[in-house]
Design a protein around this ligand. Structure first.
Ligand code: F6P
Length: 367
């Protein structure tokens, strides 16, 4: 078989750099003997409804710096479990595969997070020629050192902390910043380090309100009448659960929300400071990708097109030790990467006096 047409789709929540991947796929494909690229609109939904957009260098011009995805995305369409109007669920995977054949897609590049890549793997097992590109601002996929979008999200969160510091200091307040990340604390940990947070609460280290309070009091005793606390959306108190808006958001995941607000309420009776909380939310997902994410996205898109052209299906591109490599999709999904509470990053943060809400011991620098 020789490859003539590659389809590409973006699934799940968007991340800065998606468009840069599309651009790299199209430009690489064109240079690999004039392969055509077709964009599938709105993720797997577009494959089900045969909604496509022909992509050439013209359509992807300038996309390296554009946030979001020009193809659209959804995290609600799983072809193996499509909700019917009567409230049931049906398997439409065979339709998706038939549509791809009809459209003469010789390969489908799926750019997605764990959920979309799992679907890609299963469609691959049923005969669709898939290549995966990992994506999520959460950076929680074990298979890759970094996912594109992560460092742009860190920049956004760090900028938010810098701004909050100004107003926290002026008003002698405790400012809580809730960041995304689901069950992994990567965004909170990195933004907290970069933005000089005083306390970082992550899902991997259950916190005690008394320990957060102790850190704030300790700073106050030192004349630092304000504190910055980064709260990962998945952070949970010892013996408690994370805060959710709903346990079933319709995409196979619960929707987090309320972690900072809960902490504010729990802290209030114990400290004299005024407390304010900010939920950074989807600001972390939008915006122009930073140079690191543009370059990573370009490298991954390029390699994905090469894999498709070489008929190396069922694989996922990723970054390992600074190198772009590819691994079997089957190995790549279902393996979530979480922060190691005993790892070097957490140890460094602790060593410079950042609290994780798990120890009441005082900072020797304050003695
Ligand atoms: O996985 C990316 C992510 O942004 C998470 O950090 C967050 O919990 C979730 O998606 C939000 O999803 P939605 O856009 O569906 O609200």
């Amino acid at each position: 078989m020789s490859i003539r047409r590659i389809a590409v789709l973006t699934g799940g929540g968007d991340a800065p750099g998606l468009n840069a991947v599309l651009r790299a796929v199209v430009r690489t494909a064109e240079r690999l003997g004039g392969l055509e690229t077709v964009g599938v609109l709105d993720g797997f939904q577009g494959l089900l409804e045969e909604r496509y957009l022909r992509l050439t260098s013209t359509e992807v011009r300038d996309l390296v710096r554009k946030g979001g995805t020009v193809l659209g995305s959804t995290n609600r369409t799983n072809p193996f479990a499509i909700r019917t109007p009567s409230g049931g669920v049906e398997d439409r995977s065979a339709d998706v595969i038939a549509n791809a054949r009809l459209a003469q897609f010789d390969a489908v590049v799926v750019i997605g997070g764990d959920g979309s890549l799992k679907i890609a793997r299963e469609l691959g097992e049923r005969g669709l020629h898939v290549v995966g590109v990992p994506k999520t601002i959460d950076n929680d996929l074990e298979a890759t050192d970094y996912t594109f979008g992560f460092w742009t999200a860190i920049e956004t969160a760090t900028d938010a902390l810098d701004r909050l510091r100004d107003t926290a200091e002026s008003h002698h307040r405790v400012m809580l910043l809730e960041v995304m990340g689901r069950d992994a604390g990567w965004i909170a940990l990195h933004a907290g380090l970069a933005g000089a947070a005083d306390v970082i609460l992550i899902p991997e280290i259950p916190y005690r309100v008394t320990a957060v309070e102790a850190k704030i009091e300790e700073r106050a005793a030192r004349g630092q009448a304000f504190s910055l606390v980064v709260v990962a959306e998945g952070a949970a108190p010892e013996g408690g659960t994370a805060s959710y808006v709903t346990l079933d958001a319709g995409d196979g995941h619960p929707r987090h929300g309320g972690a900072a607000e809960r902490l504010a309420h729990d802290l209030k009776p114990h400290i004299e400071h005024e407390i304010r909380w900010t939920v950074l939310g989807h600001l972390q997902r939008g915006g122009s990708p930073n140079p690191f994410d543009r370059i990573l996205a370009t490298r991954l898109g390029h390699r994905a097109a090469e894999l498709a052209a070489a008929e190396r299906f069922g694989r996922m591109v990723c970054l390992r030790g600074g190198h772009v490599v590819d691994v079997p999709l089957a190995e790549a999904v279902d393996r979530i990467k979480r922060v190691d509470p005993a790892g070097e990053l957490v140890a460094t943060a602790r060593a410079i006096g950042i609290g994780f809400g798990d120890e009441e011991v005082s900072d020797p620098a304050d003695a």
